[in-house]
Design a protein around this ligand. Sequence first.
Ligand code: SF4
Ligand code: SF4
Ligand code: FES
Length: 245
Amino acid sequence: MSRKLKFHIFKYNPLDCEDNPLDCKDKPKLKTYEIEETPGMTIFVALNFIRDKLDHTLQFDFVCRAGICGSCSMVINGIPTLACKTLTASYPDGEITLLPLPIFKLIGDLSIDTANWMKDMSKEIESWIHTNEITDINKIEKPMEPEVADDVFELDRCIECGCCIAACGTKRMRPKFKGAVALNRVARYAVDPRDDRTDEDMFEIIGDDEGVFGCMSLLGCDDTCPKNLPLQTKIAYLRRKMVQV
Ligand code: SF4
Ligand code: SF4
Ligand code: FES
């Protein structure tokens, strides 16, 4: 038997106020929508229904609908996660509150700008393979040990959804803290034998309170990462490496 769901959704468009800051009537608020639940409904499906049938102005992001692009992250009943991977059936009382991820710039309603944050983070940690080796495209690619390739692949699964940043207490207190997504990325290059950077080079990037020594190990990141990346293990791995520099 289907049931009614009650959605309480954050509504606010900062751009309206940018256009007319002296006469801005729009204030952040929660708006309630009631819909009928359908079998297998995800939060993403519900949001599309609300936008199609009840409120054409509702803003939220999605691309893949399959937990791959990282666009649909939001805070669902207090927990940062992906709307397209979350079933409405997980909420027995049918009351669901949706907020945009904190920390990131709000575009409007549930839509946030993670792209610029991720771009700046990638620049800051120099998120590319550093090597002086010149690639000869006529030669066969150098083989990599399967265990090492697995390790790199495992850490490369990050979809830059931003949930780990939104769940991080340190990030709230220390705005320049790089966060688990950045530390995971550094770990990814640290295990990649094609990257010539030494531990000393990595220390320059993450060897302070804005990097691995700022992390308070409360593991909000590890609890919320929708890709189940081994964030706890990799932060500990980097910390062990960095104390030896
Ligand atoms: S373990 Fe560290 S990086 Fe992860 S949420 Fe806690 S403080 Fe942030
Ligand atoms: S580490 Fe996990 S939670 Fe953080 S951005 Fe990547 S996929 Fe999202
Ligand atoms: S829409 Fe791509 S991860 Fe949800």
